[in-house]
Design a protein around this ligand. Structure first.
Ligand code: WTA
Length: 675
C-alpha cells in the first residue's frame, strides 16, 4: 500500500497485519446481521458464482416487475442482457412500491440545507415521506412531458444537493428519459461537453446552492454553457428548468422555465412507464485515460437489482428497524446515484442528503448531523476522513455518535491510519468498516466486506460481492500467486455492469475488453492494479492507466493537459499524480511556457484559474512547475515515471518553483528505467 510518509509507512505495516473480527450485532446496537458469519457469506457467494442465474432471479423477485423476464442472462461478451424481456420501473421500486405496501407516511429522504442560525442549528431540515416524494416526482414527470421529454430523451441535471435533485432523477426514471447528472463543481465548458455529447434536450438546474457559506451560481454556469454551445453552432437544449433554492439574482432567458411555477400547475397523476429491463436508465460521464470524459451507460433492470442487493448486504439495511442511512457523496458521482438514491430507496430505509461543506460552520457538522438524525449507517470517502483527522479529534469527541452501526468508505484506497482513526473516533472502536471497491462502470460494489461476516484488515477491501468473479491476473489472464501484483479483472458478467460508452462502441471495447482474454474470451479489466494476500483479501494498488483519484474523484491526466495547453502561455504540458496528505493524490503539472511568457507566481495563478474554468475547481493543479522542455525518451515519449518521482519530491532539482527548470540531467539517468 502506498502511504504518505515513512513514519506512517511503519505504522501502516503494523495495522496492515491486524485483523478485526466482525462484532456481534448487539455490540453495535443492530438487531441482527443479514449475513452472520464468513462461512455464510462464503456459501452464498459460492452459490452466486456456481449458479448466477438462479441467484439473481431470487434477488430480482424481491422487487416489482410489470412483466417477468424471459431469461435472466444473455451473454455475448462484451454484451450482456439481464432480465431480458422483463419490464419494470426503477422509480416505481424506489417510491410507489413503498406507498402501495402501506408505507407512504414513512420517511424516504431526510435533508439538511447548509445554512445555520445563530445557535448553529440548521435552518432548512426536511423529512420527505414516500407519499410526498411520489407526488413531487409525478408532478415533475408531468412537467417534463409537457416540455416534450419522453422515453429516450437525455435530460441533463446540474443541481446542488437538494431533495429536488433526487426528485429530478426519479422523474426521469419514471418516464424512461435517461438522465445525465453533472456534479455542481464542474464548469460551463464541462457542461457543454457533456450536453453536446448526449444531445441533451433539457437541463434541470438551481439558481444556486450553498457551499461553505457562499452561493455557487449554478444557473449562471448553465447560461454560460448555453452561450458557448450557441457560438459553436451545436446547441441541442430546448428548455432549462430552474429550481429556486438560494434566491440569488439570476437572469431569465428565452429557454428558461421556473420549476416552482411549473410544479404548481402540474398534475400529480403520472403512472410509471413500463420500461424494458435493458432500456437506458442513465448516462454518467467519467474520466478515462484519453480524450474527453465518456458517458457510461446503465440500464434499468440489472442496475436496479444490483444496487438494491449490494445496498442491502453491504450496509445491512433492514426496514422497520429505525435505521437511518447517510452517504455523504454528491449525486453528481456514481456513489450518489447508487448509494443515495437507487440502491437505498427500494430498501425502505431513510436516506440522508446534505447540501453543503463538511466543515460548515465547524468541523463538527457531520457528527452533529449523525446525532441529530440518529444515523445508523455512515458512508464517506478516505479524503474526507483525512480532513477530519486534521481538523481535530475534539469535533467527533463533542458528539455522542452512539447510533452508528456500520461505517463505509469508497473512492480510493484508504490508508490504514485513516481506517484506524475512523474506527476509533467515529465507530467507538467497535463499528465494522466496509471498505467498498467499485467504479462508475461496475454500477455497485464489487469488492467489499459484509459488516457482520467479514474479518477486516485496515487498507484491504477484502472479498468479492455476490456474483462477482474477481481475480488478479497477468496480461495472459493467468491468476497471480498470493501477494503478487497484477490486473484487477472480473471474469463473469454481473447485473450492474456498464452496457456501453455512449456513442462510442470502439472505446467501450478498447478500454474494458481488450487488455485480457481468457480462453479467447474478453474479460472486464477495471484499470486498477491489485494483489490478493494469503487469506484471499484483495488490496487495490491504484490505477494503472493515466487516470488519477483526486480526493476520490476520477480525473484524466490528459484532460488537465488539454486544458493547460489551451492557454496561450503554454506550449506543452504533462500532468501526473503526486502524494497529497488530504486528497490522497494531488495534481502536478509540468509546463513549458510559450515564447514571451515568463515563469511567475502570476502565471501559476492564471493557469490554475484557467483549468478551473475549463473543467472545474477539482481539476486545478496543486503544483505547477515550469520547464524549458519536458523530459522525453529517445522515442519521444514523455517520461512520466520520472515526473512522478520529481513531483513526489524524490528528485529535487531546484527549490524555486517559479524559475525555469532543466530536467535533462535527471532525464538521462532515468532513461533506461523508463523505456
Ligand atoms: C478507485 C467510485 C481503492 C479505483 C465508486 C477505481 C478505490 C476508481 C476504491 C473508480 C476502494 C474506488 N479502494 N480504490 N475502496 N473505490 N476506488 O468511477 O481506482 O469515481 O477504479 O467510482 O476509484 O472511481 P469512480
Amino acid at each position: 500500500m502506498s502511504t504518505d510518509s515513512t513514519s506512517q509507512g511503519i505504522e501502516s505495516t503494523l495495522h496492515e497485519n491486524r485483523v478485526f473480527q466482525p462484532p456481534k450485532a448487539g455490540e453495535v446496537g443492530a438487531s441482527r446481521w443479514l449475513v452472520e458469519s464468513f462461512a455464510e457469506y462464503k456459501s452464498m457467494y459460492d452459490q452466486s458464482i456456481a449458479d448466477p442465474e438462479s441467484f439473481w432471479a431470487t434477488a430480482a423477485e424481491e422487487l416489482h416487475w410489470f412483466k417477468k423476464w424471459d431469461g435472466v442472462l444473455e451473454w455475448n461478451a462484451p454484451d450482456a442482457k439481464w432480465f431480458g424481456g422483463g419490464t419494470t420501473n426503477v422509480c416505481y421500486n424506489c417510491v410507489d412500491r413503498q406507498v402501495e405496501s402501506g408505507h407512504g407516511d414513512d420517511v424516504a429522504i431526510i435533508w439538511e440545507g447548509e445554512p445555520v442560525d445563530g445557535s448553529g442549528a440548521p435552518v432548512d431540515v426536511r423529512r420527505i415521506t414516500y407519499k410526498e416524494l411520489q407526488t413531487e416526482v409525478s408532478k415533475l414527470a408531468n412537467v417534463l412531458k409537457s416540455k416534450g421529454i419522453g422515453k429516450g430523451d437525455v435530460v441533463t441535471i446540474y443541481m446542488g444537493m437538494v431533495p429536488e435533485l433526487a426528485v429530478a432523477m426519479l422523474a426521469c426514471a419514471r418516464i424512461g428519459a435517461p438522465h445525465s447528472v453533472i456534479f455542481g463543481g464542474f464548469s460551463a465548458q464541462a457542461i457543454t461537453d457533456r450536453v453536446q455529447d448526449a444531445s441533451s434536450k433539457m437541463i434541470i438546474t438551481c439558481d444556486g446552492s450553498w457551499r461553505r457559506g457562499k452561493v455557487v451560481p449554478l444557473k449562471d454556469n448553465v447560461d454560460e454553457a448555453i452561450s458557448i454551445m450557441k457560438d459553436s453552432g451545436n446547441q441541442p437544449v430546448e428548455h432549462v428548468l430552474c429550481y429556486g433554492r438560494c434566491h440569488n439574482d439570476i437572469k431569465w432567458g428565452e429557454l428558461d422555465r421556473c420549476w416552482n411555477e411549473e410544479m404548481e400547475k402540474a398534475s400529480a397523476d403520472c403512472p410509471c412507464e413500463q420500461l424494458d429491463s435493458e432500456d437506458m436508465l442513465f448516462l454518467l460521464y467519467t474520466s478515462g485515460s484519453t480524450g474527453k470524459p465518456k458517458g457510461i451507460v446503465h440500464t434499468n433492470g440489472g442496475y436496479m437489482v444490483y444496487t438494491y442487493l449490494t445496498s442491502k448486504y453491504t450496509f445491512n439495511l433492514i426496514p422497520d428497524e429505525k435505521q437511518v442511512y447517510w452517504c455523504t457523496a454528491d449525486c453528481g458521482w456514481i456513489t450518489g446515484h447508487s448509494y443515495i438514491v437507487y440502491g437505498i430507496l427500494p430498501n425502505r430505509v431513510p436516506t440522508v442528503m446534505y447540501e453543503g461543506g463538511p466543515d460548515y460552520p465547524s468541523g463538527a457538522r457531520f457528527w452533529q448531523m449523525v446525532d441529530r438524525h440518529k444515523v445508523t449507517q455512515f458512508y464517506t470517502a478516505p479524503t474526507a476522513i483525512r480532513a477530519f483527522m486534521k481538523w481535530g479529534d475534539e469535533h467527533p469527541a463533542s458528539c455522542k455518535l452512539d447510533s452508528l452501526q456500520v461505517l463505509g468508505t469508497v473512492g480510493e484506497p484508504i490508508n490504514p491510519e485513516a481506517w484506524m482513526w475512523y474506527r476509533n473516533h467515529i465507530g467507538r472502536g467497535v463499528c465494522p468498516i466496509v471498505d467498498t471497491y467499485w467504479q462508475t462502470e461496475t454500477g455497485g460494489h464489487v469488492i467489499t466486506p459484509l459488516p457482520g461476516a467479514t474479518p477486516t484488515t485496515p487498507g484491504s477491501c477484502t472479498h468479492p460481492a455476490f456474483g462477482i468473479d474477481a481475480a488478479v491476473v497477468n496480461t495472459d489472464g493467468e491468476e497471480q500467486p498470493a501477494n503478487t501484483g497484477g490486473l484487477m479483472v472480473i471474469r463473469k458478467p454481473w447485473p450492474g455492469m456498464l452496457r456501453g460508452v455512449h456513442g462510442d462502441r470502439q472505446r467501450f471495447i478498447d478500454t474494458y475488453w481488450s487488455t485480457v482474454k481468457i480462453n479467447g474470451q474478453p474479460v472486464y479489466t477495471a484499470g486498477d492494479g491489485a494483489r490478493r494476500d494469503e487469506h484471499g483479501n484483495f488490496w487495490i494498488m491504484g490505477r494503472i492507466d493515466d487516470v488519477i483519484n483526486v480526493s476520490g474523484h476520477r480525473m484524466g491526466t490528459m484532460e488537465v493537459e488539454s486544458a493547460l495547453v489551451s492557454h496561450e502561455s503554454v506550449v506543452e504540458a504533462a500532468v501526473v499524480g503526486m502524494p497529497h496528505e488530504i486528497k490522497g493524490t494531488g495534481i502536478a503539472a509540468f509546463v513549458t511556457p510559450a515564447p514571451g511568457f515568463e515563469a511567475s507566481d502570476e502565471l501559476i495563478a492564471a493557469l490554475r484559474e484557467h483549468v478551473g474554468n475549463e473543467i472545474g475547481a477539482i481539476a486545478k493543479p496543486d503544483m505547477i512547475r515550469f520547464t524549458a522542455a519536458l523530459p522525453k525518451t529517445r522515442s519521444g515519449k514523455i517520461m512520466r515515471r520520472l515526473l512522478r518521482s520529481i513531483a513526489a519530491g524524490e528528485h529535487e532539482i531546484t527549490q524555486d518553483i517559479t524559475t525555469l527548470e532543466d530536467f535533462s540531467v535527471v532525464a538521462k539517468l532515468a532513461e533506461k528505467d523508463e523505456s
